[in-house]
Design a protein around this ligand. Sequence first.
Ligand SMILES: [Fe+2]
Length: 302
Amino acid sequence: MSGPFDLQDEAAYAAWRARKLAARPRRLEELAVTVDDPRDPGEAALEAVRAACARANLALVRFPRPLGKDELRDFAARLGLCRLDHNPCADEDAVTSLRVREDGPHRGYIPYSDRPLSWHTDGYYNAPERRVRAFVLHCVRPAAEGGESLVLDHELAYIDLRDADPALVEALMAPDAMTIPPNEAPEAARAARTGPVFWVDPVSGRLQLRYTARGRNIVWKADAWVQAAVERLRTLPERRPDWVLRHRLAPGETLVANNVLHARTGFRDGPGGGRLLYRARYHDAVAAPRGAKEDRKRAVAQ
Ligand SMILES: [Fe+2]
């Protein structure tokens, strides 16, 4: 492997790092794309979403109204997001309704409560063949108060660690860096999951992150470098508040993300239905911009 995520390839890293930091969005608004007709978004809007995701692993898509689950899934499919991840709490069609729920298998899970949700990537407890590479988070109804989304591009997290010491990155790329103990709850039973925190997807060459700031039910490798790296990740949003993009989703607004680091502030529901978001997780990443592919083809042809 060579390229920006190869610890031996200093030149590729330096070039990629410079490009990445120069293109860093200062506000989420820079990644916003308006779609007038959800059923016919048009190639220009789709390309703008792909370009935003190529730049920052994130786009904010504005629809004129909240979508139905089928419409949301159809839109995602146009971005190359086709292989949905099923989880035990998802509704039958694998698009999850996130709202305060106190019944059944949702009880006790923070995503289904009004409490703050700490920094994580989605599906960090999934088996390797079910890695989550992208998620879509669509607002049907915001909370009466709070419920802000916070996002931080995981490629920036990589830069933070590698600049501090490449050994920190190396430690988190170890295949036994992070273990999620088995879940014995019958409705969500799974075996222990051991794997890396950072890794490079062998097919796409993309950098992936598997992480949660939760202290409970995570076993970090008993290694000084892993421990130091995890501490750096934990403090990253405080150390680099300028890297955190914050937004309270309005009805019809949607985050499309290549599974970046994200968190949620606590909220309060008022009368009128309460906060409702649809979330879909995918084994695919958002497709690369078509323009980039054409450029590559031209470069090869020359
Ligand atoms: Fe999440």
